[in-house]
Ligand binder design. Structure first.
Ligand SMILES: Cc1cc2nc3c(=O)[nH]c(=O)nc-3n(C[C@H](O)[C@H](O)[C@H](O)COP(=O)(O)OP(=O)(O)OC[C@H]3O[C@@H](n4cnc5c(N)ncnc54)[C@H](O)[C@@H]3O)c2cc1C
Length: 454
């Protein structure tokens, strides 16, 4: 019997799963036809292996980790770069998607690694709880988002990883490790934004707060020079503030202000905000996209999880076929950094859907771009014109170089590894942590080798 016939016959006999494990982790016997080739959400990246494991339990995950020499974990595949990629084996925990516990004494919720923010938010709300912040979309896994320091907005709000209270992961030896904020101090701070390098996270515990209602207002067309003296005031207009610009006409096209709604709050919205006019209908950040996809605006109160993300669960987030890049600079440099990018406006605009500017509070997480630094992010949602975008990124990075620029871990960038590494004061400690949990580099892929270890 040749190998192909054996695989076919054995799949029928065994139901495939056990066989898949046997093949996938034995590098001399890989079967490229075993699974279809997966792409990331935007479709700009095809993962480099078809060996994808779908465990149902922690024990099964540990078994896969033990068997594989090389392995990377996948979340909901929203990263735009190859951070999650592997040439050898991928493991997706999408079948491990249960809410494990809501601890009303500790004020935490524990979920399995396949759970997305959109899955837990309504459950938390029904039980009287909320998360302190959310990203622009609820479609991403909690674990994948926290691994890359995914953020929402709000000068007083840390990134989403700052809500993590504990993690459980399988290290390279196949042991189950748990670390918590309460008992593991600095080690925990090193492990939360882990870039998938410490092991396969199987559970994550988040801090929860009492549920609250929110409303959002949008103001249209703010001259960019209003940011010069009023940036802090604008950022403090709400709980979470986003500025959208297409870099045309020195104009901020839309200012989204998300505020907590007290219930007895009958205040009418001011008609103008630093020369921008209150919108009179729901708007999408990208002019050509339908406002059906965005969460309700116009000051209509609603649950926190239906106001904090820009995009509704169950609807298309953003533009779909797109690329994204995003850069962090210290908040003190916000206006200068924006004006430095503005110099490239004529080159940027033709390839851009929209730019979003947000603020994120400083944190203590070693590999977070906001480690000890409250920051502003300048984000670009690009048309899927890869060559043009990859030519523009070094130009934008050069403009932002005087501001200690750091890229988003999960988006496109071209910053050199040397510069990137120099931006992370705790990189050596993080590498020591990686060496402890993964001494032989089982979870190291090309992205990590290039950017952290070269
Ligand atoms: C339309 C759109 C909007 C976005 N909006 C925002 C935004 O508002 N703010 C923002 O900061 N980012 C945003 N992003 C980026 C997104 O938050 C990140 O790409 C995030 O990492 C995606 O999580 P994921 O579950 O898709 O993880 P993946 O992309 O699948 O993986 C990301 C990383 O997490 C690791 N990982 C995933 N699961 C595990 C696990 N079980 N164990 C160990 N490691 C794991 C992977 O190995 C990889 O390193 C957006 C992306 C898109 C496509």
């Amino acid at each position: 019997m040749d190998k192909r016939t054996f695989i076919k016959t054995a799949s029928v006999l065994t139901g495939g799963l056990i066989l898949q494990d046997m093949i996938a982790c034995n590098s001399s016997e890989k079967s490229p036809t075993q699974n279809e080739q997966l792409s990331n959400w935007a479709g700009n990246l095809k993962y480099s292996t078809t060996n994808v494991h779908y465990p149902q339990t922690v024990e099964e995950t540990a078994g896969i980790v033990k068997k594989c020499d090389k392995l990377r974990a996948l979340g909901s595949q929203h990263a735009f770069n190859a951070i999650a990629d592997s040439k050898e084996n991928l493991v997706s925990l999408k079948n491990m998607n249960k809410i494990v516990a809501l601890d009303k004494t500790a004020n935490t919720v524990t979920v399995e690694a396949g759970v997305r923010y959109g899955d837990i938010a309504p459950y938390l709300d029904e039980n009287g709880y909320a998360l302190a912040n959310l990203a622009s979309l609820p479609h991403i896994t909690v674990v994948g988002a926290c691994a890359t320091a995914t953020h929402g907005s709000g000068v007083q709000n840390g990134n989403l990883s700052t809500s993590v209270a504990a993690i459980e992961f399988i290290n390279a030896a196949g042991d189950v490790i748990t670390l918590s904020k309460q008992k593991d101090g600095e080690r925990f701070n090193g492990a939360v934004v882990n870039l998938g390098a410490l092991g396969v996270v199987t559970k994550i515990t988040l801090d929860v707060i009492p549920t609250f209602k929110m409303k959002q207002l949008v103001y249209l067309n703010m001259p960019v020079n209003e940011l010069k003296n009023n940036f802090d005031k604008i950022e403090n207009e709400g709980y979470s503030v986003s500025l959208f610009t297409d870099w045309k006409n020195k104009n901020i096209n839309e200012v989204w202000i998300k505020s907590r709604f007290a219930g007895n709050d009958n205040a009418t919205a001011k008609p103008e905000l630093f020369s921008a006019k209150l919108a009179t209908k729901n708007v999408h950040p990208i002019e050509t996209e339908s406002a059906e996809n965005v969460t309700d605006q116009m000051g209509v109160p609603g649950p926190w999880y239906e106001r904090m993300p820009h995009f509704k669960m169950g609807f298309k987030p953003s533009a779909g076929k797109e690329l994204q890049a995003e850069y962090f600079v210290p908040i003190e440099n916000a206006y200068d950094a924006i004006m430095a990018v503005e110099k490239l406006n004529e080159r940027i605009s033709p390839h851009l859907f929209i730019t979003e500017i947000r603020a994120i509070h400083a944190d203590e997480l070693w590999m977070s771009p906001c480690y000890k630094q409250t920051s502003v992010t300048i984000h670009f949602t690009w048309k899927q014109e890869t060559e043009a975008v990859m030519n523009l990124l070094p130009q934008i990075e050069a403009q932002l170089m005087p501001f200690n620029v750091k890229p988003h871990w999960a988006k496109l960038f071209t910053l050199s590894p040397q510069v990137l590494q120099s931006r992370y004061a705790k990189l050596a400690d993080f590498k020591a942590l990686v060496a402890e949990y993964d001494p032989k580099g089982k979870f190291r892929n090309e992205f990590l080798t290039k950017n952290l270890f070269s």
